[in-house]
Design a protein around this ligand. Sequence first.
Ligand code: ATR
Length: 281
Amino acid sequence: IDLYVVAGNPVGHSRSPEIHAAFAKQTGQSLHYDRLLCPLDGFEASLRAFVAGGGRGCNITVPFKFEAFRLAARHTPRALLAGAVNTMRFDEGAWLGDNTDGAGLVADIERNANRPLRDRRVLLIGAGGASAGVLGSLIVGRPAEVRVVNRSADKAIALIDTHRDWAAQHGVRLSAAGLDEVGDAHDVVINGTSASLSGAGVPLPPRDAPVLARGGIAVDMMYGPAAAAFLDWARAQAGDGGEMRDGLGMLVEQAAEAFFLWRGVRPDSARVLANLRAGRE
Ligand code: ATR
């Protein structure tokens, strides 16, 4: 049977095994998907042992997405843009590194929430690994602009610098600033910070003018309780017609992209997401 894992540290709370099990059942694919806890100084050794034992592919989570990028011999264009890898396929001879996080986020916004990015104004909060993983895919949706704001503004500037050509090719205006220079209200506001982990629910300083436009959509890349404070704050600005999403949809959709890379089959991810939200499976 074909073996897959999610490799990380910690990895015990990952929901990827149940998601991929649901995909496999739904599509009739025969595979087994497990968790692989890797020592912090033993990621490469863990992967080599997994491949030697018949591993066909893996997902990568914290803190190994950058090391996975270095270990891959070949990269998809979106992995090159992100500078990080969340999905590997162990092809004979050369490991392929991909990054499906951004495609997952965009699928959740455009397909699941039915909110095309085209011509919208997007605010991406944070310039760490999570934001780097999605910026290239957001640009593919051809919004009018993406503004990246970060606590340390220089990191936001560095992030957009690596995406300038890509944005120009897609006709997207890119800008970067600190958290206190958000600018006008945006149609789409995405929280890619880890602020909620340190107890700060909303990563932005208080201000009078709205950050999210009325009727707009907000997404927190975290899911469950970690997303609640940010989404409550955003809901108050968007009012009726606003759309609030935690990161569970993104998680399922990035998994569906990985599943497609490995198996060549697209699962019905929306149904798996609905089942997860309803507490089934
Ligand atoms: P990840 O892989 O989750 O993105 P990371 O690369 O460490 O982790 O990035 C964390 C992000 O959350 C960064 O954008 C960080 O801002 P800095 O680059 O200025 O450190 C942001 N962040 C973390 N805690 C925050 C807080 N309390 N308020 C605002 N931003 C915060």
